[in-house]
Design a protein around this ligand. Structure first.
Ligand code: HEM
Length: 299
């Protein structure tokens, strides 16, 4: 039966040329790559996600940031940030598989608007204002001002920081498209960031990831294994950050956002599962070494 399902997977993945099943990756808190950080060189590609850029700087993704596949992302985010594979799928890999199937891409391609990129990011300009890919110190200074009031970053702290960022953009930028989409994805980014840094990170750790694209092991952060499926934790933190922004939801959110009351509602908003070919996605996860992911038991 198992052989049959592997053959079916390979059939479904036809067109890749060859398909090789990788072993289940291991999250090893003592992995030497956590302490090995190299900034990008002149020809290297980096994208709008500070976490994926950090993984490339630590070698959990190819350091060049080039010729990366969805399989590299699933394995790299697991090995470097202990992100469970189903959540990688929800936050971007499902879209990657739609756009590229298993063809490779460079990290900067993730800033293509309409993919996962959205306006009102914490540390990037909007696409209408030019560079929506690279860290922007001026943009970041607004949410940072709020975060400086906290020594440990809670969902409410980062929710407040996002509100400040959005309100600043609304006041100063007539072209901004901050709205329901940026609110929902922004909340998800908040949950991911806090969860992957242990749940209640120090401000310096958050700054390390956003400003230097470096996992803050040099600042006392200890990588900690989480449950194999950390989706409920991430979504709960994301929801707490979302619900701490009622003013923003009121002025920017549409009725759908206003009706998000629990982690499942938020997940459905950012990852409408019926829009994806789950059989194909599950086959890719098997190739990546995760053979037992079941999207029926996501939460
Ligand atoms: C634990 C893993 C991850 C963490 C901690 C993380 C964290 C973040 C954070 C904090 C942002 C917002 C940056 C900002 O507002 O300036 C972001 C943006 C982004 N992330 Fe990730 N991420 C993770 C995994 C992923 C994965 C698997 C993908 C899949 C391709 C992805 C793609 C993106 C993209 C495209 C953006 C840009 C969205 C935007 O702000 O316009 N991330 N991520």
């Amino acid at each position: 039966m198992k052989l049959l399902s592997v053959l079916v997977s390979m059939f479904l993945l036809g067109g890749i040329g060859y398909a090789q099943l990788l072993p289940l990756p291991i999250f090893n808190p003592l992995d030497p790559r956590f302490d090995d950080w190299q900034p990008p060189g002149p020809g290297d590609s980096r994208g709008p996600c500070p976490a994926l850029n950090s993984l490339a700087n630590h070698g959990f993704l190819p350091h060049s940031g080039k010729n990366i596949t969805a399989i590299d992302i699933v394995r790299g985010t697991f090995e470097g940030l202990c992100l469970s594979p189903e959540f990688s799928v929800a936050v971007g890999v499902a879209e990657l598989l739609k756009s590229y199937t298993l063809a490779s891409f460079d990290l900067h391609e993730l800033s293509n608007y309409g993919f996962i990129d959205h306006d009102c990011s914490l540390s990037r300009a909007n696409i209408g204002d030019g560079d929506n890919n690279d860290f922007n110190e001026t943009i970041w200074s607004v949410p940072l001002q709020v975060l400086k009031n906290y020594s440990a970053i809670t969902p409410q702290a980062i929710g407040g920081a996002r509100t400040a960022r959005d309100l600043f953009d609304i006041a100063h930028n007539p072209n901004q498209e901050c709205g329901a989409r940026s609110i929902a994805f922004g909340a998800l980014d908040n949950g991911l960031l806090i969860a992957s840094l242990g749940g209640s990170p120090k401000l310096d750790w958050v700054r390390s990831v956003i400003e230097h694209e470096r996992l803050p092991t040099n600042l006392g952060f200890t990588p900690t294994p989480l449950l194999i499926n950390n989706s409920p934790i991430i979504l709960t933190l994301a929801l707490a950050s979302l619900l701490s922004q009622p003013y923003l939801i009121e002025i920017l959110g549409n009725t759908v956002i206003k009706m998000i009351k629990n982690p499942a509602d938020l997940l459905a908003e950012v990852f409408p599962i019926k829009g994806y070919n789950i059989t194909y996605i599950t086959s890719v996860l098997s190739l990546a070494g995760f053979s037992s992911v079941n999207f029926q038991n996501f939460l």
